[in-house]
Design a binder for this molecule. Structure first.
Ligand code: S3P
Length: 473
């Protein structure tokens, strides 16, 4: 079934919305509490299929996790959790995790199905590395193509054994030793897997990364009682060090209220900036400095974008963000900044397409190994709207057309992006289509549910109209 989203008759977007929970924080809150001692209650606004994968996998490892979802999420939750959830009357979700420490984990009966979620699969490797059993990780066709050597290489140095470098991947746990690892890439997934394994090693473990990747793991593990230190080196690299849990020490269960995800907010920030006369507020956004790159880049591009209601919630900075439509200009983004908005690069490129002047984004190599080759998909998408893009392995250059009125759909352009199944590319395409033509067709709703089940509802809350074409024509 296709969905057609059109602009309100006023032509502008207006209102306040709350986008889904920060996906990175939800994964960690479930996984870390599952290996802690005690019962944790985690309150989460809407969450997507990826987060259900982490709940499913931790249950397969013997952890008791109770899940209550709102009616709007019932069918997704029931499908992802094989019916093991309840439907409550509130608008958000509540997840209760009853942890009994790492030692209580049990070898699973079948494969651990991580679906589309790279964060589930990579972080859980760090948990599995120190167990006394073997387990096999698997995922969908996209996840099976993604690299796991970045995880198996350091964890093998610590003592765990891996059957290969892609899924399906057998992980055999072992007694672990601490390592000092120099990571060639700034990746929070790599860093987090090593830190989790480090909790069970016989001595301290450190990870050095070229730029500081998102630090939710460090913040949360510290709040749960782990000993972690972090510093910038004179070279500009970052070093994080963790001490093992020795002498029966355990992580403490941690209750959390998860704020909303800046990666999901990004689609509405850019829509509000591009669609004339709009004013949009995104409520309750996690504004962790390692994640807020998009905000600062948009501001450099000339965006009327402000934060308000600044506060700290469960160890994370939280703000509301308001945008008003603005004429944007081209921007230069360097590799350190890319790390702070790696998942927002597709929607940033949509903003760059409508800007006046050329934007150059350097250090985008990691984009090529996400749920799709996102750099290639962005090129394919922007070319459909007549935007010139030049790219190399590590850079993207977008020649902005100077306003949405100059974006027009080229019916003869190749549409490789349409079948990529990548949630972030499909949502970026929806925003671009809406801004350029005042309406947009959204086909692969199931892929968008990976992270944002209520994506279209949020546009409706801002006044857009939604029509369904049952025939899928
Ligand atoms: C994530 C880290 C990032 C990001 C992913 C979520 C995390 O991946 O792209 O969506 O929660 O740790 P890398 O660490 O591989 O850059």
């Amino acid at each position: 079934m296709n969905r057609a989203l059109s602009l309100p008759s006023s032509g502008e977007l207006s209102g306040e919305i709350e986008v889904p929970a920060d996906k990175s924080i939800v994964h960690r809150s479930v996984m870390f509490n599952a290996v802690a001692e005690g019962t944790a209650r985690v309150e989460i606004p809407i969450l997507g299929r990826d987060n259900f994968a982490t709940i499913r996998v931790m249950r397969q490892l013997g952890v008791e996790v109770e899940v209550e979802v709102p009616q709007a999420l019932a069918s997704i939750a029931e499908a992802e959790l094989e019916g093991r959830c309840s439907v409550g009357g509130r608008s958000g979700c509540v997840v209760k995790i009853i942890g009994h420490g790492f030692e209580a984990l049990r070898g699973p009966d079948g494969k651990l199905d991580c679906g589309n979620s790279g964060t589930t699969a990579r972080l859980v490797c760090g948990v599995l590395a120190g167990t006394d059993f073997s387990s096999t990780l698997d995922g969908d066709s996209s996840l099976r193509k993604r690299p796991f050597g970045r995880i198996s290489v350091p964890l093998s140095k610590m003592g765990a054994k891996f059957s290969g470098e892609t899924l399906p991947l057998e992980v055999t746990g072992s007694a672990l030793k601490g390592i000092d690892y120099i990571s060639p890439i700034a990746s929070a997934q790599v860093k987090s897997a090593i830190l989790l394994a480090g909790l069970r090693a016989s001595s301290s473990t450190s990870v050095r990364e070229p730029f500081l990747s998102r630090d939710h793991t460090e913040r949360m593990l510290r709040a749960m009682g782990a000993e972690i230190s972090q510093k910038m080196l004179p070279s500009g690299e970052w070093l994080v060090k963790i001490e093992p849990l020795l002498g029966g020490k355990q992580l403490r269960a941690l209750d959390l209220k998860v704020p909303s995800d800046i990666s999901q907010a990004g689609f509405f920030l850019v829509a509000g900036l591009l669609i004339p006369s709009s004013r949009v507020t995104l409520k309750n956004i996690c504004f962790n400095p390692t994640r807020s790159g998009l905000f600062h880049i948009l501001r450099r591009m000339g965006a009327a974008i402000e934060t308000s209601n600044e506060r700290v919630l469960c160890g994370e900075d939280v703000v509301d963000i308001t945008v008003e439509s603005s004429q944007l200009r081209g921007v230069h983004v360097d590799p350190g900044e890319v790390v702070s908005c790696i998942d927002e690069i597709p929607i940033l490129c949509v903003a760059a397409a409508a800007a006046k002047g050329t934007s150059r984004i350097e250090g985008i190599g990691e984009l090529r190994v996400k749920e799709s080759d996102r750099a290639a998909m962005i090129e394919s998408l922007l070319r459909c709207y007549g935007v010139k893009v030049r790219s190399g392995i590590q850079h993207l250059e977008v020649s902005g057309v100077g306003g949405v009125q100059n974006l027009s759909l080229d019916p003869s352009a190749a549409v490789d992006w349409k079948s990529c199944g990548d949630h972030r590319i499909l949502m970026s395409a929806a925003v671009l289509g809406l801004a350029a033509q005042g309406m947009t067709e959204v086909e692969d709703i199931a892929a968008i549910e990976t992270s944002f089940p209520n994506f279209l509802d949020c546009f409706q809350e801002l006044g857009c109209e939604l029509a369904s074409d049952e025939a899928g024509a």
